[in-house]
Design a protein around this ligand. Structure first.
Ligand SMILES: [Zn+2]
Ligand SMILES: [Zn+2]
Length: 265
């Protein structure tokens, strides 16, 4: 594999039962179970390994009533990664389910959009509704990492390495970024919370945690523009990801999937 092409692993670490009306602005006429899966992602090739998002810890899961199925460390170990040895971590946004566990990554640089840090440390956090998705421990630890020179700020579009790009989209939070990765099947986009489920981007519907509805809807267009096809966009919380993509190994079925391989369902 050449240096500008990557494998991508989606690693599920937790889940949470929901019904569909809770997942859409305006509710959902079909009141059916629609659980959330929680993932971190690993982008890698012979030259580099980049972890995308860091999940939450068992202590945070207990506080928020979420169920950890495999701790993040176990999932990373399953694909041969020791968090303490990782150099680069992309934080799509600082919500508790994407930016916890920072102490595991003892020496990493954290790649973050300027606007996300401004949002998570500024006046919007005076509002309960805006603050709810953030944990002050995670945000303050990230501020410490700024002073330790371990945060690499980006403004808009950035190329981390050939074939690996960050793109600001906002919408869900002001500084949300998505990750565009060149793979053997073409450009794949890790949407994170730019589209929680396939249904959001496919039906132009919004998840009810929002900074800007307009930016969220524009974000769906950005996802489609950046990806080789709609089948190259990976939503951030959809259990269908593990159903559609091949498992990394037979014994990792339902836990770790390969997103650089074509979906099989
Ligand atoms: Zn979020
Ligand atoms: Zn999320």
């Amino acid at each position: 594999m050449s240096d500008d092409t990557y494998t991508i692993h989606a690693i599920k670490y937790a889940e949470h039962a929901r019904r569909s009306p809770e997942n859409f602005v305006g509710g959902d006429p079909h009141d059916v179970p629609m659980p959330l899966d929680y993932y971190v992602w690993v982008v890698g090739n012979a030259a580099r390994t980049v972890v995308v998002d860091t999940g939450f810890s068992p202590a945070m899961a207990a506080r928020r009533g979420r169920r950890i199925v495999h701790p993040v460390e176990a999932g990373l170990a399953a694909v041969g990664i020791t968090p303490g040895a990782v150099d680069d971590v992309v934080i799509t946004h600082m919500h508790y389910d994407h930016a916890g566990n920072l102490p595991l990554f003892e020496r990493a640089r954290f790649h973050l959009q300027d606007r996300e840090m401004a949002f998570a440390t500024g006046r919007c956090m005076c509002h309960d509704l805006m603050r709810h998705g953030y944990a002050v421990e995670d945000v303050s630890l990230m501020v410490h990492h700024v002073f330790d020179q371990r945060v690499c700020f980006h403004d808009g579009v950035a190329e981390l390495a050939p074939g690996l790009e960050l793109h600001h989209v906002g919408g869900h939070t002001r500084g949300l970024q998505v990750v565009r990765v060149k793979t053997a099947r073409g450009w794949v986009v890790l949407a994170s919370d730019a589209s929680h489920f396939y249904a959001h981007m496919e039906q132009d519907r919004a998840f009810p945690v929002l900074d800007s509805l307009a930016d969220m809807l524009e974000g769906f267009r950005t996802l489609r523009r950046l990806a080789a096809s709609p089948a190259h966009i990976v939503p951030g919380h959809d259990p269908l990801v593990l159903a559609r993509y091949p498992a990394a190994h037979d014994d990792l079925a339902g836990w770790v999937a390969r997103l650089d391989l074509p979906p099989t369902a």
